[in-house]
Design a protein around this ligand. Structure first.
Ligand code: ARG
Length: 469
């Protein structure tokens, strides 16, 4: 049945049909649309709204379509969208009685329902990938509990830590990314079907039943909201954008750490490129592409928000234009996630270099000041001043960090406060040792291997509790 044979007479030009059709990106909701029609038809039969024999024929045609696949549909843009293409197929199979399928249903509630069905599946897939990524990171962390590196603030040497501790900062960010997807999933898990065009219907439909058949927690409780809202898409795209940001930051560090200046990481050849002119080059192109591609997510988020921000309530066709940005976001994220996981898992962290940098540049200074508070009873601010001056003097004299001893500190202290400190030299030596520093930071969240091990255990529990596969 041609939708335009009633109210309208003229057909759209090819150009206008192509411009307005959603068929291209509706491919993503083909399966969901069959499920939606099947649930709705089943409910219509159960409620005796449509005759059983006609309902059975509709269900049979939908089954055949599912087996034949999307290629069985007429996907000419003049058909407008997947909902009309599916209805046309059912009509081709059983004749005009196919029209009963659309009783008490609109494409407005149908598309919102289809999108939620498809997106819920997509979110679960991404969540499973995320759990795998967290597991990969935990394994790497476990192998590097004592692998020293220097931690940075302002990209300047700050304090010693371990590679495991640093890796767990990624794992925690990914865990929150997982949580955001979980929250978005929970909130979207109410079914719009039965909202019909915008005010439901006078047919005695059973919305609880269709919600149940489609695996939702229940029906949405306002039909105008049911067809109007796409915040579930905006929210998901934000969660994906944030996850993309986590991936981009990881890649950023892999890029910096694999420079000659840092030399902390070596990426495998599989994740590197070379130059067409400079034969010596090993470039981190793959990480750069992830960093670049994840920017797409930021753009998709802004586009989605901008489309929905000025719409009056209920269905507006602008909503259709949200959809391709959702799928572009999920596709971009999926590939970036898998690539980043493979790249990080195969990267070699250079433990020797990590230790060299941890010892090189006064990153023990905070611990030295802490020592003065602990062993010499100084206020932290005074200790901070003494150590700051000690570092300046050491730098001016060309001394290395490990050459600082108790005598040297006493001289500086005398000059600044009039008092010596009298700290045992062996204690000073210990305070300058990055290994000792790391082991002494046993508080929750700290780099001590025992603490990192405990947090790895907590994250393993998290992965186990959430693993559905
Ligand atoms: N193709 C539309 C979309 O993706 C759904 C159909 C609603 N169309 C309409 N003219 N009421 O949003």
């Amino acid at each position: 049945m041609n939708l335009r044979s009633g109210r309208l007479k003229g057909q759209m030009s090819r150009e206008v049909a192509d411009f307005t059709s959603s068929l291209e990106f509706d491919r993503r909701i083909f399966q969901a649309d069959i499920l939606c029609n099947r649930a709705h038809t089943t409910m219509l039969m159960e409620q005796e709204i449509i005759p059983t024999d006609i309902g059975e024929q509709i269900l049979g045609a939908l089954d055949t379509l599912e087996k034949e696949g999307i290629e069985a549909l007429d996907l000419d843009t003049a058909v407008e969208d997947i909902h009309m293409a599916v209805e046309n197929y059912v009509t081709k199979v059983m004749g005009p009685d196919a029209g009963f399928m659309h009783t008490a249903k609109s494409r407005n509630d149908q598309v919102a329902t289809d999108l939620k069905i498809a997106l819920k599946q997509e979110i679960q897939n991404i969540q499973n990938e995320l759990l795998t990524f967290i597991e990969v990171i935990l394994e790497m962390a476990e192998e590097n509990l004592d692998t020293l590196m220097v931690g940075y603030t302002h990209l300047q040497h700050a304090q010693p830590t371990t590679f495991a501790h640093h890796l767990l900062s990624y794992a925690q960010a990914l865990k929150r990314d997982y949580g955001r997807l979980h929250d978005a999933y929970q909130r979207m898990d109410l079914c719009p079907l039965g909202s019909a065009a915008l005010t439901t219907t006078s047919f005695p439909i059973n919305r609880d039943r269709t919600a149940e058949l489609l695996g939702f927690q229940g029906p949405m409780e306002n039909s105008i909201d049911g067809v109007s809202s796409r915040d579930f898409i905006a929210e998901t795209v934000f969660a994906l954008t944030m996850l993309g940001t986590t991936l981009s930051k990881i890649c950023e560090e892999l890029i910096i750490w694999s420079t000659y200046e840092f030399r902390m990481v070596e990426l495998t050849d599989e994740f590197s490129s070379t130059s067409s002119i400079m034969p010596q080059k090993k470039n981190p192109d793959v990480a750069e592409i992830v960093r670049g591609k994840t920017a797409v997510l930021n753009g998709e988020l802004v586009t989605v928000l901008t489309i929905i921000k000025s719409l009056p309530q209920s269905y507006n066709r602008d909503l259709q234009e949200v959809t391709p940005h959702l799928w572009k976001a999920t596709d971009t994220l999926n590939s970036a996630l898998r690539i980043t996981m493979g790249m990080l898992a195969s990267a070699e962290f250079k433990g020797d270099r990590g230790e060299e940098l941890a010892r090189a540049n006064f990153s023990a200074a905070t611990e030295l000041a802490d020592l003065m508070v602990r062993d010499a009873g100084l206020p932290f601010r005074t200790a901070h001043q003494i150590v700051g001056r000690a570092v300046t003097v050491a730098l001016n004299k060309g001394m290395k960090a490990e050459e600082i001893d108790t005598h040297f500190l006493d001289e500086i202290s005398k000059e600044l406060t009039g008092e010596t400190l009298g700290i045992d030299n062996s204690v000073v030596t210990k305070a300058l040792d990055p290994q000792e520093i790391v082991h002494s930071r046993k508080v929750i969240g700290g780099p001590a291997p025992s603490m990192v091990q405990e947090v790895i255990g907590n994250l393993r529990d998290f992965v186990r509790e959430n693993n559905t596969s």
